[in-house]
Design a protein around this ligand. Structure first.
Ligand SMILES: Nc1nc2c(ncn2[C@@H]2O[C@H](COP(=O)(O)OP(=O)(O)OP(=O)(O)O)[C@@H](O)[C@H]2O)c(=O)[nH]1
Ligand SMILES: [Mg+2]
Length: 875
């Protein structure tokens, strides 16, 4: 249940720009390396939007239909090849975002989405519009942008409700004739096409929004001037475009929005100043040096964008545009602002970043409606006290402003939610900062702060705090003793911290903690209480994180296991010789990237090794079941030998085992063969899975029936055990086909899958562990033992260990497993201990004290470095 509430905390109102702006109760699970949906999700019945962006190859459970309020599903960049079956059952769905899935096909069953009004197929590598789209009669908005050379159908008359069509960047030379049939169109997006528009465009008389940015236009196409309903026209990035006088003819009655960004204009054509209805004018990125007095005619202007122009001064008439709510002047070499800016009393959003301002006029204090002020990159050394009058301010960016102090009046900005002070030579902060009780995001990085005011810890809404690169030697205990308990993201990189206050671990909401490059000596024992934290970086501290994952490579003899792992780890085809068989198990390490090390257990496939294998199958491992696709026959017997047997073993030994099936030797198979065989494996797996479930249910029933007469073990306990097995089924994360022979294939995909699975905190929640340096050194010392020839030969391993584990590299392997919780348990640990004078009493006392029989690091992590243990090691 704890995890449900955590997921619940992530549910937020979010603005989706789909049918115009829409605010939906959204759960954002984007980029979480999910392979499956978390179970807790299905309890969040209220959510209206689910964002799964970037979870590649995610498998959507049918339980998704429980979310009956779901209106929007975003599957952007999920590497989908088809629309997941459950999506077709979400008949209440109104918006489906499938953009950036460039292998996707749309099945006919999608026609069941009878309420779908928005379909986003941008950048899906579509060569034509999928047939089923024409059946989605409720569609209002269809996005087909970034599908280069897409051919449009001859007839789209079934889409009677279509009001918006996006064909941006489709490499269109002319407007597809079918578009002219869509008489209800109100929005047409044709940007980034070198398109010539036909005169018939005027037939689309309902067009309100027309986007023609970056279309290489030299003038406004005459047809556009006839669109009498036009409200919004985007002509940005058409360098040197001519604006004819006619622009203010028919159009001027309705046109509210004109975008002329990056059109190379040195002077703005007079016709623009005659468009007196304009509410939004975007002139950014034009090399204009001055603006004429005529700007004052645009009395309806609410939004004026002049970012990245070359304005040294602004005409006094501009300050008469008192309707302005949004003014962007970023990156103009203004140097000063006149006091008249104080007349813009309706302004809410003001961007003055990078304007080379040395001072701000006191009259700024009159802009009391201001909610968003960006002053980044200005050589301001002080702020006027009047800043305290801007009491509606929510977002204030003062990054890189050369500020040495902040006026105490800042404390009056009690609505402030976002404050950026990065890269200012601030040595202290005023105590008044503690009054900003609505603050959520505070960036104090790269200042010169030696201490933080204790009042700061009253910011109880604070979720994101960056104090990195400040010479802070300590953090006050108030950090957690106060009310700063909502913090989710805390960056303490490069802060000269030697210790952390133990109270820090009361920050129960913490999800992201960066402690890089601090001379930390220890971590408080309370570390274990940081239950929510999913990212912690301790690099360049004297502590390190350990992310080791056991990868067990299983499968029949000659399946290609050893060749696969060698090829993966060396990045080039490395096949074994025919006589080069693996004996029992070989253990090696492979670090595919700097964040993770796989401890690879490569099993010998010969039948005689099957029994000892069982000792090595443990929880918390990724099992790669390798199947020789060349030899595989689509028969029950072949399945049982190559797959079924191994899964049965795993299922019995390790409930909830995580398995990836790897079909090997695809170089020896045809494409259809690969397809048929993998399908066969998947189908038989489903049958096997169902048989397990039925079998266990049957056993539970029998047990209940026989309970009264049952002798021997406690039937209730057995029943609970069976139920546990039932609720923790084996997890198949996918079937991947590879060839290790030159030229290799499928290996990159498999590697990415392994890394993604390893990083999936739902699958391997305990992967990342924080180990004090001493632990790591100890492990290393044990590890080094394997290079000593005497170990294991005439001292050490008990005979049982020797007989069951003997292999070419068996002894060393058992050592490397010590301390990393991947291995044999107390047997090898205590024998190593006694060899090296750690004293078996010490190590066995560790085990028995804490009730563990397995390895050291599991003791450490599970117990939060129980002090008795670390003192034992230290001593
Ligand atoms: N053509 C081809 N041959 C392969 C491929 N992978 C492995 N082989 C060959 O198949 C044979 C068995 O490969 P191994 O990698 O040793 O198989 P294994 O699963 O480790 O076998 P055991 O250690 O006996 O369990 C060797 O002769 C390899 O050269 C492949 O992708 N393509
Ligand atoms: Mg082998």
């Amino acid at each position: 249940m704890a995890s449900t509430s955590r997921l619940k905390d992530k549910v937020k109102q979010k603005e989706w720009n789909i049918k115009g702006k829409m605010s939906l109760l959204t759960l954002d699970l984007s980029n979480k390396y999910l392979t499956q949906l978390p179970e807790e999700l299905f309890e969040l019945k209220d959510i209206e939007a689910l964002d799964l962006t970037g979870n590649r190859n995610i498998d959507l459970s049918t339980e998704l239909i429980k979310l009956t309020n779901l209106k929007l599903l975003c599957l952007h960049r999920c590497n989908l090849e088809s629309v997941p079956a459950v999506v077709m059952k979400l008949s209440h769905l109104e918006a489906l975002i499938l953009s950036n899935n460039n292998k996707i096909t749309l099945p006919d069953e999608m026609s069941s989405l009878v309420n779908l009004t928005v379909l986003d197929l941008n950048n899906c590598n579509l060569k034509s519009v999928p047939f089923v789209v024409m059946k989605l009669q409720q569609l209002k908005r269809l996005m087909l942008g970034y599908n280069k050379n897409i051919t449009m159908p001859g007839d789209m008359s079934s889409l009677v409700n279509l009001t918006a069509l996006d064909l941006q960047n489709c490499n269109l030379g002319t407007l597809p004739p079918v578009v002219l049939q869509l008489l209800n169109l109100q929005e047409l997006h044709l940007g980034m096409n070198q398109i010539s528009l036909p005169d018939e465009l005027y037939k689309l008389e309902n067009i309100k929004v027309l986007s023609l940015f970056a279309c290489n236009l030299t003038t406004v196409p005459p047809a556009v001037l006839k669109l009498t309903q036009l409200e919004e026209l985007d002509l940005s990035w058409n360098s040197g475009i001519h604006l004819p006088d006619e622009l203010c003819g028919l159009m001027s009655t309705n046109v509210r929005v004109l975008k002329l960004r990056g059109t190379g204009m040195v002077t703005i054509p007079q016709v623009v100043w005659r468009l007196v209805q304009l509410e939004l004018l975007d002139l950014s990125c034009n090399p204009v040096q001055t603006l004429p007095a005529e700007i004052e005619y645009l009395t309806n202007l609410k939004h004026l964008s002049l970012l990245y122009c070359k304005l040294h001064t602004l005409p006094p008439e501009m300050w008469r545009l008192t309707q302005l709510e949004w003014l962007g002047l970023s990156s103009n070499p203004l140097q000063t602002l006149p006091s008249e800016i104080g007349q813009l009393t309706n302004i809410k959003h003001l961007d003055l970043s990078g304007c080379n301002l040395h001072t701000l006029p006191h009259e700024m204090g009159r802009l009391t409606q201001l909610e968003w002020l960006d002053l980044r990159d200005n050589p301001l050394q002080t702020l006027p006290a009047e800043i305290g009058q801007l009491t509606n301010m929510k977002h204030l960016d003062l990054t890189a402003c050369k500020l040495r102090t902040l006026p105490p009046e800042v404390g009056r900005l009690t609505q402030l939610e976002w404050l950026g002070l990065r890269s200012n030579p601030l040595q202290t902060l005023p105590a008044e900062i503690g009054q900003l009780i609505n603050m959520k995001h505070l960036d104090l990085s790269d200042c010169e702060l030696h201490t933080l005011p204790p009042e700061m810890w009253r910011l109880k809404q604070l979720e994101w705090l960056d104090v990195s690169s400040n010479p802070l030697k300590t953090l006050p205990a108030e950090i957690a003793r106060g009310q700063l308990t909502n913090i989710k993201h805390l960056n303490l990189t490069e802060c000269k911290l030697r210790i952390l206050p133990p109270e820090m671990w009361r920050l129960k909401q913490l999800e992201w903690l960066d402690l890089r490059s601090n001379p930390l000596q220890t971590l408080p024992a309370e570390i274990g209480q940081l239950s929510n934290q999913s990212y912690i970086d301790l690099s360049h501290t004297t502590l390190i994180t350990s992310a080791h994952l056991k990868v067990a490579v299983l499968g029949e003899k000659m399946a290609g296991k050893t060749s696969l792992m060698q090829t993966l780890s060396t990045d080039q085809s490395t096949l074994t010789e025919e006589e080069d068989r693996t004996h029992c198990v070989e253990i090696t390490q492979w670090a595919p990237d700097r964040n993770i090390t796989f401890e690879v257990y490569d099993f010998g496939g010969y039948d005689v090794y099957h029994l000892p294998h069982q000792f090595f199958l443990t929880q918390g491992a990724l099992n790669l079941l390798t199947v020789n696709l060349h030899e595989y026959r689509c028969t029950e017997q072949s399945y049982t030998e190559a797959v079924g047997f191994w899964l049965d073993t795993l299922n019995a030994r390790v409930p909830g085992a995580v398995v990836t099936i790897v079909g090997s030797k695809t170089d020896l198979c045809s494409g259809t063969e690969i397809e048929e065989k993998t399908r066969d494996i998947q189908e038989r797996f489903t049958q096997q899975h169902n048989t397990w479930q039925r079998g266990i249910q049957q056993q539970i029933k029998e047990l209940q029936f026989e309970r009264s007469t049952y002798r021997g073990a406690d039937p209730e306990e057995i029943e609970q055990q069976l139920e546990r097995t039932l609720t923790r089924p084996l997890r198949l994360t996918g079937v991947y086909c590879v060839s290790s022979a030159e030229p290799t294939s499928g290996l990159d995909t498999l590697k990415s899958h392994m890394i993604e699975t390893a990083n999936d905190t739902k699958v391997f929640p305990n992967l990342r562990r924080i180990l004090p340096r001493k632990w790591v050194d100890f492990k290393q010392e044990l590890h080094d033992l394997r290079n000593r020839p005497t170990v294991g030969t005439d001292r050490g391993y008990s005979s049982s260990a020797r007989s069951s584990l003997r292999s070419d590299r068996g002894y060393s392997s058992s050592l490397s497993s010590v301390g990393s919780d991947r291995g044999y348990g107390s047997l090898s640990l205590s024998s190593v201990g006694s060899d090296r004078g750690y004293g078996s009493s010490l190590l066995s006392s560790v085990g028995s004290d804490l009730g563990y029989s397995s390895s050291l690091s599991s003791v450490g992590s599970d117990r939060g470095y129980g002090s008795s243990l670390s003192s034992l090691i230290t001593d």
